[in-house]
Design a protein around this ligand. Structure first.
Ligand code: ZN
Length: 354
């Protein structure tokens, strides 16, 4: 081996590597090429070992050339390996036949299978419980509407165009001027016109929206449950008795209560029904903001204008309506701190909640 012949020998070896790599079909084929040309018994290693027979003055030059060629060959082989790995993984994906609609863990072997059968969402669970309570009291359940017209959201509820109480509801509007309803009271006149006759007992549940900034205790989307009772000679004491029966059944204990005046344009008079905090028995805790009382239900005797809109003569019939925010009650009953958990679809929350 001399300086004159080394270039030719190295070029021949590099060409052989390229030829062999152009014929490989699997990763194993490439590993074989690598071992043949850069392994311990390879031509290149033999070349390096035979440097001792080269004249001393030529050794550095020839040694550098052999090392340079070895590096180039190694890098060609590495490139071939990485191309082949990509190709094989694409082929494997094709064969794996991924079901894109499957639960997320199905296609990822690193996530263990869920063995549970799933659980009901806390909101749905409490809606069912509340509807059960009202059904046993003789009320018929109705699901509310999510998109509503001005008439049912405001006008039919004693809030004509210029009424200042309209501003109490920061509503969204669609391009068609429909309103994602801000309360379930939009169903009051609809239900009255649907059922027509007294005694009328209806409970309405539904999703509502308000133009609220979202934080731990406010959401732009929430659920309400609302009830209507209309008959001859219905009094405010009937209303308080009905609400108390519901609250006691919901919290599964006799909840001490009090009422205070409240304003809602579609009732007269209006009240707020407060229950002694069932979590601390009135001593004060974070659920009741240390006041000992929880505002549980807004209610009142149905305004004569609303009865009239629904087709009931207020000279003959009277009735009451009440409504409550479901999310707040679900949070209180289940010790949930952040209202956003109810909408976040976090599997850890959903699995631990009920
Ligand atoms: Zn409390």
């Amino acid at each position: 081996m001399t300086i004159k012949t080394i270039d030719r020998s190295l070029a021949a070896i590099t060409k052989q590597v390229a030829t062999k790599l152009s014929q490989v079909k699997t990763l194993e084929d490439i590993y074989a090429v690598r071992s043949e040309f850069t392994g311990k018994t390879s031509v290149l290693t033999q070349l390096l070992q035979s440097l001792k027979d080269v004249p001393t003055e030529d050794r550095p030059t020839i040694g550098a050339k052999v090392n340079q060629a070895k590096k180039e060959i190694e890098s060609i082989i590495e490139r071939a390996l990485s191309l082949m790995m990509n190709r094989e993984s694409l082929l494997k994906d094709e064969v794996r036949d991924i079901d894109v609609s499957a639960p997320f863990h199905t296609n990822n072997s690193k996530i263990p299978d869920f063995t549970g059968i799933g659980s009901m969402h806390p909101l749905q669970y409490e809606i069912n419980r509340m509807l059960d309570i009202f059904t046993t009291m003789g009320f018929t359940p109705f699901e509310g509407r999510e998109l509503e017209t001005d008439y049912y959201v405001f006008d039919s509820l004693n809030m004509p165009k210029e009424h200042p109480a309209r501003q109490n509801w920061d509503t969204f509007r669609t391009e068609d001027n429909l309103i994602p309803t801000p309360h379930t009271s939009n169903m009051q006149v609809r239900v009255m016109r649907h059922l027509k006759a007294a005694p009328l007992r209806a409970v309405i549940y539904g999703r509502c929206s308000r133009n609220e900034a979202v934080d731990a205790v406010h959401g732009h989307t929430f659920y309400q449950i609302e009830g209507l009772y209309i008959d001859k000679g219905v009094s405010i004491s009937n209303m308080i008795g009905t609400i108390s029966a519901f609250v006691n059944a919901f919290f599964d204990k006799n909840v001490t209560s009090k009422i205070q005046p409240g304003y809602f344009p579609f009732v007269e008079p209006g009240i707020e029904y407060l229950g002694q905090c069932p979590f601390c028995d009135g001593k004060g805790c974070s659920s009741c903001k240390h006041t000992g009382w929880l505002e549980l239900v807004g209610a009142g005797m149905i305004h004569p204008n609303v009865l009239r809109e629904g087709g009931f003569d207020p000279a003959v019939y009277s009735g009451f309506a009440w409504g409550l925010g479901l999310d707040r009650m679900v949070m209180q009953r289940n010790g949930i701190q952040d209202i956003r958990s109810l909408f976040a679809s976090d599997i850890r929350f959903l699995q631990s909640s009920l």
